[in-house]
Design a protein around this ligand. Sequence first.
Ligand code: NAD
Length: 322
Amino acid sequence: MTTYGTGSRILVTGGAGLVGSHLVDALLAKGCDVTAVDNFSTGSKANLDPHERLTVVEADVTEGLPVGEAPFDAVLHFACPASPVDFATLPVEILRVDSVGTLHALDRALADGARFLMASTSEVYGDPLVHPQPESYWGNVNPIGVRSCYDEAKRFSEAAVAAYHRHKGLDAAIVRIFNTYGPRMRPDDGRVVPSFISQALAGEPLTIHGDGSQTRSLCYVDDLVAGLVLLLESGEYGPVNLGTEYELTVREMAEVVLRLTGSSSTIEYTDRPSDDPERRRPDLTKARELLGYEPQVHYEAGLKSTIDDFVARRADGGIAVV
Ligand code: NAD
């Protein structure tokens, strides 16, 4: 168990993204000195408020980590486009950042004697045949499907972390993140929550893929970040699932968003994309036992604050209103 705080030097790749930027905020609040590396491909500089203990480096982690010589105490690897839209438009970039980029981040952690935390995903379970998914489940992934650039790159990253941990003695941890949402999401990133909120606020129909009976368990970003800090400080290797267990159907999500936004948008049903998982829910037993993790934020409260953020960004021009 190590507590990170004043004087701790932490490197966060992907620090300008949804999860990365909230993680940076939490580490700054603990007193850490944080370096965030990001190429702003899917994240935004606007997600990071200036702070005296924050250094922001614009760089592509697949080309290395231009972050100086002073050693870090922890390297947290979160750089990777993560939405279904990105799977279609950035498949090669995703494969590179979660292979070459991961190796660069691992090498830096090894050289510095730092703890390493890798952001993996529930997608390593593919379209799961076991429900809910425990960490011991090996998954059901289509290696050449439309999501495979992401799923297989993350599986490669996990294998790389396992090799550095097992063969080089790296102090490492793997977290498998389930469906996380919150303020700062890109309105057009194609994930279900920002899509529904953007459509509802624009008065456009909410598009549901299939009949909307497929389920997702939504985790508010603050709950995820609390779990990430617990894992970082625990010294545990994992892999550990983080998310929430409460399952909502996609149709229920659309109805909640309509109610919370007061929108009179209709709901439209379209074809399901291929390899779209039917159900996803983490088994959180290990997270509870190892970390004492317990998500706190009800989905209505989390959706409300995400909607408030979208409304504020639309008002100040941060989100284009068409
Ligand atoms: P995001 O797209 O908001 O953040 C990713 C960040 O990485 C962005 O700021 C992007 O600009 C940056 N990036 C991408 N490629 C880069 C590169 N080559 N070099 C430097 N920076 C690069 O996505 P997110 O939801 O915040 O996801 C963060 C991490 O968590 C990812 O590794 C993702 O796979 C993982 N994850 C997220 C979820 C979720 O539900 N949000 C679920 C599972 C896993």
